[in-house]
Write a protein that binds this ligand. Structure first.
Ligand code: ADP
Ligand code: MG
Length: 345
């Protein structure tokens, strides 16, 4: 049985960055205003995610590590409509606990109506709860994951070098930091802070914290809406007809580039995704302004009416396909082109 469980856990937990993704999503679901991520050796030796969210009571945290428990589905309608929170399957914490040494230290926020506001520390080792005890700690939740896959040697062996694993972690934390400029997000690797956003709800500020001043200052605003969507009539450019209702965000000056495509972050209805059609469209919009083998920075938020995106069958995969890829490509290219034109570029 333990083996089956460990294999199942592998579906959710592929590498350190998948743990980080689950933990950060939980912090965001818990209404955190700050999320601090600390990893050791690319996350292979240790991952800590600390938040100031709603926290958990002893009963709640004990339930949270059980199989298929979630506080986020209230009825079957939630399941069918795809709830507003990021997690809703109730398996992440359990799965992480099955393949690591997990410590959760948590205290319910004082404004919560619960039976006790005491702090609790719970430990899990290879799927077994090994201790639950009172703990003095601040409100919110700190989750520590040590020795990932210590009991699944085949998986442990498959992990890449520290630098590679950290690059994946960095991509995940960066994507949440850029999408949530109202939340202070920080990332520290082997004792060195990689970045920290301020949480002042300024997108350009978040870009500066993550990518640096030069990139942030070169960023051009993208704001395009399809006619008939929303009541705005503000400064938005018109979006040609297509699957998207709106495209907004920031793209860099054609001379502020890098040699890889990975600096194009895309969000569909607020959720971080990868979509090759989007990257291609952004690059296409720059045309000859880009030097050969150079790629711009982009942080793009796509408004898609529900039903028009085929989010890949596997809910944990990031790559999305659109029913009408060509339509999406045209709309994005148009939105980015008019943003560049507005700036005389
Ligand atoms: P899901 O997020 O799908 O509900 P998880 O296994 O990720 O499932 O988490 C289980 C439960 O633990 C959540 O539903 C939530 O109630 C609780 N939980 C997890 N992380 C936190 C956190 N950082 N703050 C408060 N509650 C949390
Ligand atoms: Mg979750």
């Amino acid at each position: 049985e333990a083996t089956v469980e460990r294999i199942a856990a592998g579906e959710v937990v592929e590498r350190p960055s998948s743990v980080v993704k689950e933990l950060v999503e939980n912090s965001l679901d818990a209404e955190a205003t700050r999320v601090d991520v600390t990893v050791e050796r690319g996350g292979k030796d240790g991952i800590t995610v600390a938040d100031d969210g709603i926290g958990m009571t002893e009963t709640e945290v004990t339930r949270a590590v059980e199989e298929h428990t979630t506080s986020k589905i209230r009825d079957i309608d939630d399941l069918e409509s795809g709830v507003g929170t990021l997690g809703f399957r109730g398996e992440a914490l359990h799965a992480v606990g099955a393949v690591s040494r997990l410590t959760i230290t948590t205290r319910p926020r004082s404004d919560r109506d619960v039976d006790s506001h005491r702090g609790t520390k719970l430990t899990v080792e290879g799927g077994e709860v090994t201790s639950v005890e009172p703990a003095g700690c601040p409100e919110g939740t700190t989750i520590e994951v040590d020795d990932l896959f210590y009991n699944v040697p085949a998986r442990r062996k498959y992990l890449k070098q520290d630098g590679t694993e950290f690059a994946h972690v960095n991509t995940v934390v960066t994507s949440y930091a850029l999408a949530n400029p109202d939340i202070a997000v920080s990332l520290t690797h082997d004792g060195r802070e990689t970045f920290a956003t301020t949480g002042q709800n300024d997108r350009r500020e978040a870009v500066m914290s993550v990518y640096g001043r030069e990139v942030a200052q070169s960023m051009v605003d993208v704001a395009a809406e399809s006619e008939g969507s929303g009541e705005s009539g503000g400064d938005e450019d018109d979006l040609p007809d297509g699957p998207l209702d709106g495209v907004s965000g920031l793209v860099s000056h054609p001379e502020t580039t890098r040699s890889t495509r990975e600096y194009c972050s895309t969000y569909v209805n607020g959720r971080y995704v990868t979509a090759s059609a989007v990257r291609d469209a952004v690059i296409e919009a720059y045309g000859h302004q880009l030097a050969p083998d150079r790629y711009p920075f982009a942080v793009l938020f796509l408004d898609v009416p529900a039903g028009d995106v085929d989010v890949n069958v596997h809910p944990r995969k990031l790559e999305v396909r659109f029913a009408d890829e060509e339509g999406v490509r045209e709309q994005i290219a148009a939105a980015v082109e008019s943003a560049l034109l507005d700036e005389g570029l």
